[in-house]
Design a protein around this ligand. Structure first.
Ligand code: AMZ
Length: 293
């Protein structure tokens, strides 16, 4: 099999995404620990895994590491031109998981920063979660083949839900659905389009599909350091049985701390970008707070 998400081999067949032996046990444990109490036989915390996953973010635009404000490509701050080096910096600070977005890809509907993604996957010793422009089966399989651990699907989740359902069935643990919200409504195509579908409705469509997680981003806060929209994130997590990853607006350690207190509600992780790059949030401290809660 060419794919490399973590379902499929040991313990009922899960095997590592791409680096044999590295981190796989922890990731599987974390994921198992994130299943909510309503899932029979697998109660969160049974394995002792209550940590919030902190995903440092690397957003790619034109091969560079950037942060946008509210997803606007014209409001990009460039933080570097060596994405793989940035990934290694995060690894050096203790990151085991990375969230990578191909921003050009999200707008174009196909991979644009593939070379940079490949370089990151090649050098980052942990697990890479990738989104942006992944809209068909071929793209999904290509990224798993390359060593990506989880793929994030946003636009296609709204426009082609069968793609997500089939992939979630075939690559258990490997598919994350992005629910990007502009004032509660689902935004797609680089957040340039806003649909008439409410976030919660989109989330519920995948309730029984076997997706690994929902990635909830409050677009109106993204890159603005306003603080994460904890209430909306927790509401979503409580409304579905799928683990939820919080994103958008994280400004400091307090966000991490509060989200970590909500792991029992189904919050699996948090994505943070600008706060790290601007030096407002220390990654090692965030990882430590996330583990301690
Ligand atoms: O910042 C943006 N304009 C943006 C962004 N960060 N647009 C899309 N995305 C991210 C989503 C998700 O992770 O949060 O890209 C992914 C979805 O891409 P797609 O191509 O599947 O809709």
């Amino acid at each position: 099999m060419g794919w490399r998400c973590w379902k499929g081999s040991s313990n009922g067949g899960r095997d590592p995404p791409h680096r044999p032996g590295e981190g796989r046990g922890r990731y599987v444990n974390v994921l198992m620990g994130c299943l909510k109490p309503s899932v029979p036989g697998l109660r969160r915390g049974d394995e002792g895994g209550m940590s919030l996953i902190v995903f440092p973010a690397i957003d790619l635009k034109g091969g560079q590491v950037v942060r946008l404000a509210e997803g606007d490509m014209d409001r990009a701050t460039v933080y570097g031109d060596d994405p793989a080096a940035q990934a290694m910096l995060f690894a050096d600070q203790g990151a085991e998981f990375l969230h990578v977005v191909d921003l050009d890809g999200a707008f174009a509907g196909d991979s644009v920063n593939g070379e940079a993604v490949a370089a990151i996957v090649e050098r980052f010793p942990g697990h890479v979660q990738l989104g942006g422009g992944i809209r068909n089966r071929e793209a999904i399989e290509r990224w798993f083949d390359l060593g990506v651990s989880r793929v994030v699907i946003g636009t296609a989740a709204l426009e082609n839900p069968e793609l997500v359902r089939d992939a979630a069935r075939d690559f258990p643990g490997g598919i994350v659905v992005a629910v990007d919200a502009r004032e509660g409504m689902v935004a797609t195509r680089g957040w340039a389009d806003v649909s008439t579908v409410e976030v919660i409705d989109l989330a519920r469509r995948f309730e029984d599909a076997g997706v690994a997680a929902l990635l909830f981003t409050d677009v109106g806060r993204d890159g603005l350091l306003k603080g994460c929209n904890i209430d909306a994130t927790v509401d979503l997590a409580r409304a579905v049985r799928i683990p939820v990853i919080a994103s958008g607006g994280v400004k400091g350690l307090a966000d991490i701390h509060v989200l970590a207190l909500h792991t029992r509600d189904g919050i699996e992780g948090v994505i943070t970008g600008r706060a790290l790059y601007d030096g407002r949030l220390d990654l090692a401290a965030a990882l430590s707070v996330a583990r301690a809660a």
